[in-house]
Design a protein around this ligand. Structure first.
Ligand code: 5GP
Length: 193
């Protein structure tokens, strides 16, 4: 009897400087496309107010993180703003082989590692309209100190200098349009099958 061949899921990697609106875009995208699975990262960063364990991140100690990384449990991992962040490998492997599309919200260092290991991954970069607009959004968000905002702005300029390695670069002017553009990108990969 012929076995049915399940198509593999696609891996979409979504990056962009903090404050670009990435979180809002992702939340809207996931609500419009419930078939898309969001990869919950592990991090040693303390939870912010309103963040939920297992939904936003798995909040772990540095020891737990190091153990996971040492056991090859991470698809990629990086230090971002002084904390460790990583993508648990097992759930990605399971979802991709079950034909489920996955989306990762990770930084540029991590995206490059994923591309090295899974060249078929689709990298999408979200840019703010300008660094000045990013500064305004970070100040408005009010979750970081002035010093942390400057650090994130410097990080943003560095991340944006790597945008050319991404398959798609979007400028986040209007959330609705950005989400629609990502949906089009996802649909285009499906229509290639
Ligand atoms: P935040 O602390 O604001 O949640 O995230 C800071 C940065 O870390 C963001 O650019 C986010 O995309 C990135 N990040 C979150 N999870 C991961 C991960 O698992 N791996 C990597 N490399 N970066 C991550």
């Amino acid at each position: 009897m012929a076995e049915s061949v399940t198509r593999k899921g696609h891996l979409f990697v979504f990056s962009g400087p903090s404050g670009t609106g990435k979180g809002t875009v992702l939340a809207e995208l996931l609500s419009r496309d419930p078939a898309l699975w969001f990869s919950v990262s592990v991090t040693t960063r303390p939870a912010r107010a309103g963040e939920v364990e297992g939904r936003d991140y798995h909040f772990v100690s540095q020891d737990e993180y190091d153990r996971l990384a040492g056991n090859d449990g991470l698809l990629e991992g990086a230090r971002v703003f002084g904390c460790s962040y990583g993508t648990p490998r097992a759930p990605i492997d399971a979802h991709v082989s079950d034909g489920v599309d996955c989306i990762l919200d990770i930084d540029v260092q991590g995206a490059l590692q994923v591309k090295g290991r899974m060249p078929e991954a689709v990298l999408i970069f979200l840019e703010p309209p300008s660094i000045e607009e990013l500064r305004r959004r970070l100040q408005e968000r009010g979750t970081e100190s002035a010093e942390e905002i400057e650090r994130r702005l410097a990080g943003a300029a560095d991340e944006m200098s790597h945008a050319s390695v991404y398959n798609h670069i979007l400028v986040n002017v209007q959330i609705d349009e950005t989400v629609a553009a990502i949906q089009e990108i996802i649909a285009a990969y499906h229509s290639k099958e």
